[in-house]
Design a protein around this ligand. Structure first.
Ligand code: 3EB
Length: 343
């Protein structure tokens, strides 16, 4: 029997495993909830994956999420989901070539259906969203595709009465070379606590120079996940200070600035929790635009955090485009530790 929280929820758990280990779990029926796999579809045919080339030596990895054993699965519009009544994992894959619609319309439809799915399962609150867009920096008829995506996403939040500004979920948005618009999300019954980064303008307040509609995400979110633990979900974080990209053209200093931003958002989160999260104890995904720059990014992480740190030894490196042309690297992360939200 699963231990239950005073809230009545079985705890949410996550473990980062190599592909063979996650396959073994799945074969044993010990991962009934779901996973987010990092690797190409060929590597990970059995699970929804991020269709990006893995640059780390350890190869394809997966974050395997565990909830209670009583999992219901269903579909709501374009959303496939699994839910135990307290925690929900969802996946959307929409191929523009099949749907014959532009990215703004598709993003709006995807998020419309996502919010319908949340309403249906009672897991009404997004904890974390992962967005992967084919050709994110490509032109979509006079407007960059990422900006089109932002149009549709923000409109769907507003239409659904969801927080499109303060209170938006933690998220990341990366570019994949090809394939479907791919959205993964984690939701729960209790709203997480949004966290912003004092070094950065909130993304939902970016000036219109970055597109007609701002991106819809908070810099991080804190959530109690049962069993006396609290999770920190850190959104995609890059070399942005204020609202501007800094260190254009220099992957080394962009990586250092990204780590300063991660440290700042962790400090802001720690002020809201009874525990301390630590930059050197994260499960992170490092997205690198140019494959040949991955060794430099890795070197900066090792110099800053130490080769033996959990963050460095558990990092997954993926080839991906970042949402601004001038960004070379982006890092997102989660961490779990015992503790609670500060009352
Ligand atoms: C940034 O800070 C970099 O559109 O959901 C980071 C995290 C970024 C999430 C999103 C975009 C998103 O603006 C880009």
């Amino acid at each position: 029997m699963t231990a239950r929280d005073p809230l009545g929820a079985p705890p949410l758990r996550v473990e980062r495993l190599s592909l063979p280990d996650s396959l073994a779990l799945a074969a044993d029926g010990r991962s009934p909830f779901g996973a987010l796999g990092y690797g190409t579809p060929d590597d990970l045919a059995w699970m929804p994956t991020v269709n990006a080339r893995v640059l780390s030596q350890a190869g394809a990895m997966a974050d395997v999420w565990h909830a209670s054993e009583h999992i219901e699965s269903g579909t709501t519009g374009v959303v496939r989901w699994r839910c135990d009544g307290h925690w929900m994992l969802g996946a959307i894959d929409l191929d523009e070539a099949v749907e014959k619609e532009g990215l703004a319309v598709l993003a709006q439809r995807a998020y419309h259906d996502l919010f319908e799915a949340l309403a249906q399962t009672g897991c009404a609150h997004l904890l974390r969203v992962w967005n992967y867009l084919p050709q994110i920096n490509g032109d979509g008829g006079g407007m960059e595709r990422y900006r089109q995506f932002n149009l549709g996403r923000q409109q769907a939040f507003i239409d659904a009465g969801q927080a499109a500004f303060e209170g938006a979920p933690a998220a990341c948005a990366l570019g994949i070379r090809q394939g479907a618009l791919c959205i993964r999300f984690l939701a729960g019954r209790v709203a997480p606590l949004p966290v912003e980064n004092p070094r950065q303008v909130s993304a939902y307040r970016y000036p219109p120079t970055y597109g007609p509609r701002s991106p819809t995400f908070s810099r991080a979110a804190l959530a109690e996940i049962g069993g006396g633990d609290v999770a920190l979900f850190i959104s995609g974080t890059a070399s942005i200070v204020g609202h501007e990209t800094v260190h254009i053209g220099d992957v080394r200093t962009q990586t250092q600035e990204t780590l300063r931003n991660l440290a700042a958002v962790i400090e802001a989160a720690n002020a809201r929790a009874t525990t301390r999260f630590d930059l050197s104890r994260l499960d992170c995904v490092v997205y690198v635009r140019h494959v040949d720059q991955a060794p430099m990014v890795r070197q900066v992480l090792e110099e800053t955090l130490g080769a033996a740190s959990h963050t460095v030894s558990h990092a997954v490196y993926l080839e991906a485009d970042i949402c601004r042309q001038d960004l070379l690297v982006e890092i997102e992360a989660h961490a779990v530790t015992d503790g609670a939200l500060r009352p």
